[in-house]
Design a protein around this ligand. Structure first.
Ligand code: SF4
Ligand code: SF4
Length: 440
């Protein structure tokens, strides 16, 4: 069986956040295979720890993958500050086709467009893919999972960092479907009684609204903050509240645009022009513009640049959704990309970002520990990926083994298989979730 089929069977998806099914990327033919180890979300360290402790598996995964896509070389992007990870990866490289590209400690160098530009000097075309410039990009955890898939091990665990206001910040791996509540216990639990949580990052992650929600293949971390922390307050706002304050307080200073990393990379994204739409008293295609379309949702405009603490990112996201719903959303602007002359000078150092976010005091090493959790039950979502949800192939009452297929990609659809992450009995099957209770 070829690698793409093994990876498809094993349910490997992009672990860096988006969850694109990896087998599709492995059917491409490209010149360069790029690996994203340039973790840049504040407080998150699971990629650094993964590279430090599993460098051998990562390099073997890269070797299999770059050969499968016919690439001449593979490059792994790592921040220079992550010395232990660099040392481990350097020591594990045993193929002259694999090299390292070091990045400075800026946010968001791990954005796919930034990463490709940083390593190759090429601009991905607007709304295009790395494939358009002869590359595929995979996260370090994804290539680790590719290696496991080639050894007939499906994805049943996710690597994550549990940090912030917890007693013992840690990076570890846990069964997919474990609840956030159980995950927090691996770090000694929250250090305060009133807290809020972010999943997978402060900039591009999501607010955790239910402590009993499961972690998925794409969960990169759980960050605990005080309940009244500014970030928790801001992420708790409704779209209506965000629109109202944007409508009344945006003075069109354009800082959101001037510091937007995609704008600085040369793309025609201008969030301050998108903010103008909030001032109009009609809605619909007549007031939308294209300036939101190339937004990567990095959050710099909303969480760093805007002096009024408004929500240009969320306004861009809403604009894109609205355009798509009305059948639009295809880029029709300039396709010639020229890097802004201030690109290198307006980069956002991670330390500066953390100070602005008010999270510097929560920075912790969060080193890797093999915690081997054994949750009593797991809730495995059927839709953890870009594309269609998996279809359950088990019924309530079935006995399953860890690694057994429980949800299959629907025929002829883009999707990903899902597998049991513990031994146990199927306690429930819904349209969205499979619950497994551990054998006692
Ligand atoms: S930075 Fe804030 S106030 Fe300035 S244009 Fe952007 S949204 Fe408006
Ligand atoms: S979130 Fe804001 S800063 Fe980031 S790409 Fe979108 S518009 Fe630019």
């Amino acid at each position: 069986m070829n690698l793409a089929k093994q990876v498809k069977q094993a349910g490997v998806i992009g672990a860096g956040g988006a969850g694109f099914p990896t087998h599709v990327k492995l059917t491409a033919k490209v010149e360069q295979f790029l690996v994203n180890g340039a973790e840049c979300e504040p407080l998150m360290h699971k990629d650094r720890e993964l590279m430090t402790h599993f460098a051998g598996e990562i390099i073997e995964g890269i070797k299999l993958a770059y050969k499968a896509v016919g690439a001449k070389k593979a490059v792994i992007g790592i921040k220079s500050k992550n010395r232990d990870a660099l040392k481990a990866i350097r020591a594990a490289i045993n193929d002259p086709a694999i090299s390292i590209h070091e990045f400075g400690d800026f946010y968001p160098v791990g954005d796919e467009y930034e990463l490709v530009y940083g390593i190759t000097g090429r601009h991905i075309p607007p709304q295009g893919l790395p494939l358009d410039v002869g590359c595929v990009v995979n996260n370090v955890e994804t290539v680790y999972n590719i290696y496991k898939a080639a050894n007939n091990e499906p994805v049943t665990k996710t690597f994550l960092t549990i940090t912030g206001l917890v007693k013992n910040p840690v990076s570890t791996r846990v069964p997919v479907g474990m609840t956030v509540k159980d995950v927090l216990e691996l770090a000694g639990g929250p250090a305060v009684s009133e807290f809020g949580m972010m999943e997978s990052g402060l900039m591009m992650g999501k607010l955790v609204t239910d402590i009993n929600q499961p972690v998925t293949k794409t969960t990169g971390g759980i960050i605990v903050l005080p309940a009244d922390h500014n970030l928790i307050t801001r992420y708790s706002k409704t779209q209506k509240e965000m629109d109202r304050i944007g409508h009344s307080a945006c003075d069109q200073c354009s800082y959101c645009t001037e510091l937007c990393p995609r704008y600085l990379l040369g793309y025609d994204i201008q969030p301050h022009l998108v903010m103008r739409s909030l001032g109009f008293n009609v809605t619909g295609p007549q007031i939308w513009n294209q300036y939101a379309l190339l937004c990567c949702q990095c959050g710099i405009c909303t969480l760093y640049a805007c002096p009024e603490a408004l929500y240009p990112r969320e306004t861009c996201v809403k604009g894109i959704q609205n355009m798509r719903e009305s059948g639009g959303g295809k880029w029709e602007g300039n396709k010639e990309i020229k890097t802004h002359p201030m690109h290198d000078h307006r980069r956002l150092p991670l330390k500066q970002l953390m100070n602005r976010l008010g999270v510097t005091k929560y920075e912790a090493h969060a080193g890797y520990s093999e915690t081997r959790p054994e949750p009593d039950k797991v809730f495995i979502p059927l839709n953890q990926n870009v594309g269609a949800p998996a279809e359950a192939v088990v019924n309530k009452g079935d006995v399953v083994k860890k690694g057994q297929l429980v949800g299959r990609i629907p025929a002829d659809k883009l999707g990903a298989n899902v597998h049991a992450s513990i031994d146990g009995r199927i306690a429930d099957v819904t349209d969205t979730m499979i619950m497994i209770e551990r054998n006692k």
